[in-house]
Design a protein around this ligand. Structure first.
Ligand SMILES: Nc1ncnc2c1ncn2[C@@H]1O[C@H](COP(=O)(O)OP(=O)(O)OP(=O)(O)O)[C@@H](O)[C@H]1O
Length: 262
């Protein structure tokens, strides 16, 4: 099968904060239709990689290309073809969802009326039609997450970067958002997401990239990773490859310190 052109190409990406390398030579490429689970322990360098691709972090070494162009070439045009859901975001609490989403849509080049019309229907479909004109300050965590997800997709981006996209969502909403991700991928969009929920990553990713201390230590489909491992679950593979084999002991020690007489 003829392979389409890569939408993300990263070569020997290195990033140093103070004297410490937090990315130590990342190489990866992603293609249309892929759902890539980018996973790793806390502090492994996942957000840093994504922020570099978004143009939010500079000062890196190596090459990062999106849609075939070096993002350091000074042309920010690629940003209109990507969407982003950060792990935590300051939404404009004083705006209504309608004002916020229309504003974001306009930033991405949609006409105000079109953005408003599209946002209203998407909010309605996620069960938030009722609060479309309410202030975001009054929204629960899950409601805010839905607004963020909608804001990242309003302009129908080619590549979606999602950081813990299911954070705060109830079980029904999780099913809907997972299905939305699959359908977008089937329609040729690329989804590059980070999550710590291994069961979800295992099920929905077409490819899983595991990083630890700024290096890729596994890259392949879940089936491929499983073949190379004795573990039957992604959680087991993750724990083995990132060196955690004493969680019970650690938990016992932790609890015994918690229970010490003060
Ligand atoms: N602005 C910064 N200045 C200094 N160090 C930073 C900065 N941003 C990140 N780091 C460091 O870089 C390393 C990687 O951080 P990063 O946020 O990329 O990890 P992560 O894999 O996304 O972790 P998590 O799963 O906890 O979100 C960490 O050691 C972090 O302390």
């Amino acid at each position: 099968m003829e392979r389409q052109e890569a939408v993300i190409q990263i070569q020997d990406l290195r990033m140093k904060y103070s004297d410490r390398y937090v990315l130590q030579g990342i190489d990866l490429e992603a293609y249309p239709g892929q759902i890539i689970g980018y996973i790793g322990p806390n502090g492994a360098g996942k957000s840093t990689t994504v922020k570099i691709m978004l143009g939010l972090v500079t000062g890196y070494a190596g090459e990062v290309k999106l849609f075939g162009r070096d993002i350091a070439d000074g042309d920010p045009g690629y940003k209109s073809r990507i969407g982003y859901v950060p792990e935590t975001a300051e939404l404009y609490d004083n705006l209504t969802a309608s004002e916020y989403l229309t504003f974001i849509g306009e930033l991405y080049g949609l006409k105000s009326d079109d953005a408003d019309y599209k946002a209203r229907r998407l909010m309605d479909m996620l069960g938030l039609g009722r609060v479309y004109d309410a202030r975001i300050a009054s929204f629960s965590k899950g409601m805010r997450q839905k607004v963020l997800l909608i804001s990242s997709m309003l302009h129908d981006p080619d590549v979606l970067f999602l950081d813990e996209p299911l954070s705060g969502l109830d079980a029904n909403s999780v099913m809907i958002v997972k299905e939305i991700m699959s359908q977008l991928a089937l329609q040729g969009r690329t989804i590059f997401y980070s999550s710590h929920i291994m069961e979800v990553v295992e099920k929905i990713s077409s490819r899983i990239i595991l990083i630890d201390e700024g290096r890729i230590i596994a890259d392949g489909s879940f089936e491929e990773l499983k073949e190379r491992s004795e573990e039957g679950t992604l959680e087991g593979i993750f724990n083995r490859l990132t060196g955690l084999n004493n969680h019970r002991q650690l938990a016992e020690q932790f609890v015994s310190v918690v229970r010490e007489d003060s």
